[in-house]
Design a protein around this ligand. Structure first.
Ligand code: AMP
Length: 622
């Protein structure tokens, strides 16, 4: 790995944080953590080019926690995230890292949650706020969120915020926060609009990018499974059972705790497995590796550090149970198989959010990683039955079955049943400890991964209107600069016209909602609320027309009941939207609407706005 620091202590983190990290089982800092933590502890601004899976959350959360004064019950750090799921995830990460920091409070705030709860929690005093831009803006406007004591502001997944149309909100928030804070911007990609935001609001930022060295790997069969519909453990055992040329495996996880937990679970399922981690002394580690070499053990579950340099020719499989931090770590990991001229297999488990990392690895290794179809229940059953038959054939071939044959003859007579029934009963008995059939369901086939739009929204749409020119940069220290003057939101130049789409799409249904121009609502508010509340990807949201008191929005046909119920209750600008199919006869329907397309790609040709034909519209569940 490209990490420079070998331990979190070396990075200058204090005991409560080190204790919490030890408790979680983090062994060493990931490369992005090793590089970002010292910079952020130093109070400097930072641009981190990192994607999900690199450990970027801890890279900003740990230095923030280090610098928080828990005695001051005011928000000292604000993290902006594109979605409520991420807001919750980040808040949970803070909570776990603050395990040994008594009195620390983190609060996620996002659209869809009742204001009452948020107001109460805000009044109680939180040290860190993690929120989606819309809701944070609302609270700032209502003055229910006071950022006077803010010391750090983090823009997490900035390119996603751009893609989802939140960048204006983000800028508004940046303009309404005290200038004295440190700002960190994390983004997987650096499209121009994000660069511009960085140039405008960050002061002499350190840029940290985890390089992905291109490396070629030996002839190893590489496959990935997109985690969905089945627990990783179940998927793992199915793979281990059915893989043809399985001899021994090394399974990579991220934490020391996970090595032990997974080893225990595999042992409970009948595998000879052992953990290998940095908590074990050299002698214990060597013993595990010797056992793996000699066949006393078949599976070792290891962290990256503990597995460095393992050379065991019988390792037929490397399983990346948790995705590595970067392509370099991936190459190190899979290099544990395919040794001494033998064939090697590498399997990678990838969560949907980590698909970008998969593509990065493919690019860096210049080799495709092919999707793996998980063995079905029937496949596993077939394999177990075949193994059972082999065992029976072996026993039949052996001598000395007379005693048992006599018992069968007795059973035949006493029970008055045929040999077949008796054999079936014995087969049933023989498999009691390890049933031939596995339970549970087969997961539905994974949704093909849909790559994000080729280019983020802001890049594509730049031609629709130039932003106001950026003022000259002021390189003086912040304290010496005059206060910034900001145009109130409403004085900004009007938004450019959006392109129009001709014709109707049979796969879309038009709905009416009870918020409109009179409520101060804009197209992006509606898209953001629907995307966040109903989990409908923004690009599936079609045309939106704003009227005075209401609006219409096109959504994919076949909306499940629970989603439409959720959307009935969803609020935009505090007003319940009461989503219902549009009959076209409601108030305001004849007035000329304003607005048009949501800017996420919904309802517009994907490649250009010139109308190169209508894209096939997919339902989110397709
Ligand atoms: P992130 O990229 O922040 O979403 O983190 C991805 C995953 O890596 C999360 O499950 C973290 O708990 C885990 N993680 C982050 N840093 C470390 C570390 N230093 N050691 C082990 N696991 C980590």
């Amino acid at each position: 790995m490209s990490s420079s620091a070998e331990s979190f202590a070396e990075l200058g983190l204090s005991t409560p944080l080190l204790e919490a990290l030890a408790g979680i089982g983090y062994e060493t800092p990931s490369p992005i953590q090793a590089q970002c933590i010292p910079v952020l502890l130093d109070g400097r601004d930072l641009i981190g080019q990192a994607q999900t899976g690199t450990g970027k959350t801890a890279a900003f959360a740990l230095p923030i926690l280090e610098r928080i004064d828990v005695k001051v019950a005011k928000p000292q750090a604000l993290i902006l995230t594109p979605t409520r799921e991420l807001a919750i995830q980040v808040a949970e990460a803070f909570q776990s890292y603050a395990h040994s920091t008594p009195g620390f409070h983190v609060l996620p705030i996002y659209g869809g949650q009742a204001y009452g709860i948020q107001l109460k929690q805000l009044a109680r005093g939180a040290h860190v706020i993690v929120g989606t831009p819309g809701r944070v803006m609302d609270h700032l406007e209502r003055k229910t969120l006071n950022l006077d004591s803010l010391t750090t502001l983090v823009l997490d997944e900035a390119d996603e915020m751009l893609r989802m149309g939140f960048i204006d909100d983000v800028e508004w928030i940046l303009e309404h926060t005290p200038e004295t804070h440190q700002t960190a911007l994390f983004s997987a990609t650096m499209p121009d609009p994000i660069r511009r935001v960085a140039q405008k609001y960050l002061v002499e930022p350190r840029e940290i990018k985890i390089k992905s060295a291109t490396t070629t790997v030996a002839a190893i069969r590489q496959a990935y499974w997109q985690v969905s519909g089945l627990h990783k453990l179940d998927a793992l055992t199915r793979i281990l059972e059915v893989e043809e040329d399985f001899d021994a495996a090394i399974i990579f996880v991220r934490t020391k705790t996970a090595t032990v937990e997974l080893a225990e679970k595999l042992e409970a399922r009948g595998y000879s497995a052992s953990a290998l981690n940095g908590d074990m002394n050299q002698q214990m580690r060597e013993r595990v590796i010797d056992q793996l070499k000699s066949g006393g053990l078949d599976i070792v579950i290891a962290t990256d550090v503990a597995a460095r340099g393992i050379d065991v020719p019988r390792i037929s499989h490397v399983i990346n149970y948790d995705i590595p931090y970067d392509s370099e770590a991936y190459v190190h990991r899979i290099g544990r198989t395919g040794r001494a001229g033998r064939a090697g297999n590498a399997i990678l488990f990838v969560a949907p959010r980590e698909m970008r990392m998969l593509r990065t690895i493919e690019r860096a290794t210049r080799q495709p990683i092919t999707p793996l179809t998980l063995p079905s229940r029937q496949d596993v059953t077939n394999r177990r039955v075949a193994a059972f038959k082999d065992r029976v054939a072996e026993v039949l071939a052996a001598e000395g079955l007379e005693f048992f044959a006599d018992i069968v003859a007795q059973l035949e007579e006493e029970q008055n049943v045929g040999i077949h029934e008796i054999a079936a009963a014995l087969t049933c008995l023989a498999q009691e400890a390890k049933p031939l059939q596995i339970g549970g369901e087969d997961p539905p086939p994974p949704r093909p991964f849909q790559e994000r739009d080729k280019k983020p929204y802001g890049e594509r749409e730049r031609s629709f209107g130039a932003r106001p020119a950026r003022p000259e940069r002021d390189f003086r220290p912040r304290e010496d600069r005059p206060p910034r003057e900001f145009a109130p939101r409403d004085d900004r130049p009007p938004r450019p016209e959006r392109p129009r789409r001709d014709g109707d799409d049979a796969n879309m249904v038009r709905y009416r909602i009870d918020v409109g121009r009179d409520h101060g609502v804009q197209v992006k508010d509606i898209v953001g609320a629907i995307a966040n509340e109903a989990g409908i990807e923004s690009r599936f949201i079609g045309r939106i027309a704003l009227y005075d008191e209401s609006s219409t929005v096109e959504l994919p046909a076949g909306m499940p009941g629970e989603v439409s119920n959720l959307l009935k209750r969803t609020r935009v600008k505090g007003v319940p939207i009461n989503l219902r199919p549009d009959t076209g006869r409601e108030g305001g329907g004849w007035k000329k609407p304003e607005g048009g397309f949501n800017k996420f790609g919904g309802g517009k040709p994907e490649r250009s706005f010139g109308g190169e034909g209508k894209p096939r519209r997919k339902h989110p569940g397709e």
